[in-house]
Design a protein around this ligand. Structure first.
Ligand code: NDP
Length: 246
């Protein structure tokens, strides 16, 4: 039987990139999956079709991670459609690469509101509907632990916040058997961080493996953390970065 048969997952920011790969992988392992997205309904629909092709139920919900009311209503809609949650993947996130001194207040607010406030609000809403022995999986970043890339100062600070949020929350929900972990990707080829171009060259050089990672390599780690096999892992920061932080 597939490892996640009958489980219900919510993956935020899953119309493209790492989130889409996670949503598809969780359904390949048997989970019914709700996804959120910001703008691209057509891309979200493609992910829904892929989940259904794995024999699972799916729903896509438009909800900007910076909009607390939209997030809360997305969680309610996911639960009303698929049932109480077993797995929450806080994946929605953004970066605005720029010299820190040139970053505007609006840009600072955007990065903080999506990467930190959005994770807080989504998790609060989800915990009301999460089954015992649930899994909360945050997508942080290798730069939340070690910082080698100029131009990502507020972004790395938000991912450091995700790291400590993970560790702190694990202490509060362990009595329900809920685990909270932080998956920290290194450079992964997506629209946010394309593997081609000037920006990519120093990131490749910083890896031990000499290449960008693939979205499926992150999804594989998330699938393990979501599975019953990871039951004694909580409050952990799990890096999938090709050796960037080695
Ligand atoms: P992409 O930009 O490629 O994809 C982002 C996804 O999130 C899309 O589905 C997008 O939906 C959705 N999204 C964007 N903004 C919002 C928002 N405000 N509210 C809700 N959904 C939103 O990003 P990645 O896949 O590269 O990144 C995913 C996560 O992984 C992020 O948290 C990122 O910080 C983290 N990460 C990425 C790394 C990388 O190298 N790629 C490295 C380390 C961490 P839509 O299509 O509708 O815009």
């Amino acid at each position: 039987m597939p490892k996640l048969k009958g489980k219900v997952a919510l993956v935020t920011g899953a119309s493209r990139g790492i989130g889409a790969a996670i949503a598809k992988r969780l359904s390949a392992d048997g989970a019914n999956v709700a996804i959120t997205y910001a703008k691209d309904a057509a891309a979200a629909d493609v992910v829904v079709k892929a989940i259904e092709a794995n024999g699972c139920k799916a729903i896509a919900i438009q909800a900007d991670a910076a909009d607390a009311a939209a997030i809360s209503s997305a969680v309610e809609k996911a639960v009303a459609t698929l049932g109480p949650l077993d797995i929450l993947v806080n994946n929605a996130g953004t970066a605005i690469p720029k010299k820190f001194e040139d970053t505007t207040l609006e840009e600072l607010d955007r990065v903080i509101n999506i990467n930190v406030r959005g994770v807080f609000v989504t998790t609060q809403a989800a915990l009301k509907h999460m089954n015992d022995k649930g899994r909360i999986i945050n997508i942080g970043s290798s730069v939340g632990e070690r910082m080698m890339t100029p131009g990502l100062v507020p972004y790395s600070a938000t991912k450091g916040a995700v790291k400590m949020f993970t560790q702190g929350l694990s202490r509060e929900v362990g009595n329900r058997g809920i685990t909270v972990n932080n998956v920290q990707p290194g450079p992964i080829d997506t629209d946010l961080n394309p593997a081609a171009g000037d920006w990519a060259t120093p990131q490749i050089a910083a890896t031990a493996l000499g290449r960008y990672g693939h979205v499926d390599e992150v999804a594989a780690l998330v699938a393990f953390v979501a599975s019953p096999e990871s039951s004694y892992i909580t409050g952990a920061n799990l890096t999938v970065d090709g050796g960037t932080n080695a």
